[in-house]
Design a protein around this ligand. Structure first.
Ligand SMILES: Cc1ncc(C[n+]2csc(CCOP(=O)(O)OP(=O)(O)O)c2C)c(N)n1
Ligand SMILES: *[C@@H]1O[C@H](CO)[C@@H](O)[C@H](O)[C@H]1NC(C)=O
Ligand SMILES: [Mg+2]
Length: 572
């Protein structure tokens, strides 16, 4: 018995049931592209108070959903149509998986009875999402929608966060139940939702970890976006300041502790990872970004203490100590254990001194390069001007979005992060095309912050039409395009590479030189700037940071500044 008064209660269809369930389960934003059969779902969700961000392409909307999940700690939701809409959504879902960010893809699908005989936008979507999702489910009947919605939302955040998929067939969206039954089903689903998980580390493991840190000669704390996701900034600050151990953030870990902190080892990265004897690694995977934790970059006998939400991650890396659980909670336990018998390296400790000296040398070398005003622009001069303009904003710091090769690598070294979760970049997968989606996610997730994107022209171009989305929602986003006319910049082919019948075509890395990217946003009523000198850039930044309106700054860069493939020469 589900329905107390079937005769009196009006009928609702599957779109309404889905919208009501999602809103009831805490979904406050949705990203997507509408069409048959999900347009009504989007409209109903909006009517229930959910903000729907309508994009041009599901790929970009999916990147937005993944970043929204990271920034808020609640799954970002992407809504798509069936077939090609779902396939475009896989970009976001796979990016969420690679970055361990919680996300839910919801796609309409074709009529169940017509599946297999060429229905409109037909695809076996549950099969298509399999490699990119932690969990997927099809609601085969309208009465299953609330339970399925609760499951995907819960699975996305449980354990190692990632993407989940909910399939809503057209016939299910068109079925009806009474409103009273709908509400009852949602109540029932809410009751069985999976709540807060417990951190499962033994006291002896915490003692062992603290013992290793205490007796280390050259300890290091490494943290990544997993620690940022867990909101572990206060616990990290306490740990670093109590023990005096130097720290190294991964790119998106930057800002959990300020880059300007005296114990920051970022500018002495090679020394820090090459010589440390014990590394406490918090919410960061020992993958390619950290050279797999192996020689020659790391010392062969370094001992790792890994704090991670993923059991597979810990099993695979075989650390000296593996602490399975939420970074914030595990660090709390570590801090508590240290408090009973405190230790601190102090600034005259030889390891701390060596790191600090190396970092100072590296920084002063970099500052030397930054000090010059080079025109036509190289990467350094505009990056310094952008850094200084951002510093001028104070707190709350803007969310910095970055993608590209040279642009992202040089930006990572020069731009300063002082607050947690204020950097979004190409991430674990090095995904190009995430920029505009991340900007939109950041603007809606962090309404008090300005969003500043520092993008290569190739990275920007993947999703450039979403500048219209910025204008439509009037989001406070300033996109700075480092326009060097291509992927890595100008034509760097060797003479042997330029031959054959198509030798007169532009190089595969080249775009139209001096493209007018600023006019793209002007086409929709946004603000554009074409910038070629330091004064023009300073002016554009001060106006746009003050106005907080959708803006594209088209920054012309010398096509032969920078290098091919940025920092990753050896991978190309
Ligand atoms: C989805 C995807 N496609 C292609 C690539 C390969 N790729 C790496 S960086 C890059 C673009 C680099 O050019 P740009 O964004 O202009 O940065 P620049 O080095 O010129 O500053 C591309 C296409 C990628 N990383 N991801
Ligand atoms: C110098 O500093 C940058 C970041 O500021 C870093 O990427 C680079 O690895 C450092 N160099 C060394 C040798 O540590
Ligand atoms: Mg470029």
């Amino acid at each position: 018995m589900a329905d107390p008064s079937p005769q009196k209660s009006p009928l609702v269809d599957g779109n309404i049931v889905a919208a009501k369930a999602l809103s009831r389960f805490g979904v406050d934003r949705m990203f997507g592209v509408v069409g048959i059969p999900v347009t009504s779902l989007a409209n109903r969700a909006v009517a229930l108070g959910v903000r729907f961000l309508a994009f041009h392409n599901e790929q970009s909307a999916g990147y937005a959903a993944s970043a929204y999940g990271y920034l808020t700690g609640r799954p970002g939701v992407l809504l798509t149509v069936s077939g090609p809409g779902c396939v475009h959504g896989l970009a976001g879902l796979s990016n969420a998986m690679a970055n361990a960010w919680p996300m839910v893809l919801i796609s309409g699908s074709c009529d169940q009875k017509d599946f297999g005989r060429g229905d409109f936008q037909e695809l076996d979507q549950v099969e298509a999402v399999r490699p990119f999702s932690k969990f997927s489910v099809k609601a085969k009947d309208i009465r299953e929608i609330p339970g399925c919605a609760a499951q995907v939302l819960d699975h996305a955040v449980a354990g190692k966060p990632g993407g989940c998929y909910l399939d809503l067939p057209t016939d299910v969206l068109h079925q009806t139940v009474s409103e009273a039954e709908c509400d009852h089903l949602i109540d029932e689903a809410e009751k069985v939702r999976v709540k807060e998980e417990v951190t499962n580390v033994r006291g002896s493991q915490i003692e062992e970890a603290v013992g290793l840190l205490r007796h280390a000669e050259r300890p290091l704390i490494v943290f990544g976006k997993g620690a940022a996701y867990a909101r572990a900034e206060n616990e990290l600050k306490q740990l670093v300041e109590k023990t005096g151990i130097p720290f190294l953030p991964t790119p998106m870990g930057k800002g959990l502790l300020p880059d300007t902190h005296p114990l920051a080892a970022t500018a002495a990265r090679s020394l820090a990872i090459g010589k440390c004897d014990v590394a406490l690694v918090v919410g960061a995977r020992l993958n390619w970004l950290l050279h797999f934790g192996e020689p020659p970059k790391w010392s062969p006998d370094v001992k790792f203490i890994l704090v991670d939400k993923s059991e597979e991650e810990i099993d695979m890396r075989r650390p000296a100590v593996g602490l399975l659980g939420d970074a914030k909670k595990v660090l709390e336990l570590i801090n508590r254990e240290i408090k009973d018998d405190p230790f601190c390296l102090g600034t005259s400790n030889p390891w701390v001194e060596a790191i600090s000296k190396k970092a100072k040398d590296n920084v002063s070398r970099l500052e030397g390069q930054l000090a010059k005003d080079v025109v036509p622009f190289n990467f350094m001069t505009p990056m310094r001007i952008i850094r200084d303009a951002i510093a001028g904003l104070g707190s709350p710091a803007p969310v910095l979005v970055s993608e590209g090769a040279n642009t992202m690598d040089i930006g990572r070294a020069v731009l300063v992060q002082t607050e947690p979760r204020t950097r979004l970049d190409a991430g674990t997968w090095g995904t190009m095309g995430v920029g505009l989606g991340y900007c939109i996610a950041a603007a809606v997730a962090c309404p008090d912050r300005l969003v500043v994107a520092v993008e290569g022209d190739s990275g920007f171009g993947f999703s450039a039409m979403e500048v219209e989305t910025l204008v439509r929602y009037q989001l406070p986003v300033v996109v700075i395009v480092f326009n060097n006319g291509g992927v890595y910049g100008g034509d760097r082919r060797t003479p042997e590479e330029i031959s054959g019948p198509y030798k007169d075509d532009p190089a595969p890395t080249s775009f139209v030189p001096n493209a007018g990217y600023h006019t793209l946003i002007e086409a929709f009523g946004g603000t554009g700037y074409l910038v070629q000198t330091p004064d023009e850039l300073k002016h554009a930044l001060s106006e746009s940071f003050f106005a907080r309106k959708p803006t594209v700054i088209n920054l012309i860069i010398d096509p032969f500044a920078g290098s091919e493939s940025g920092r990753l020469q050896h991978k190309n």
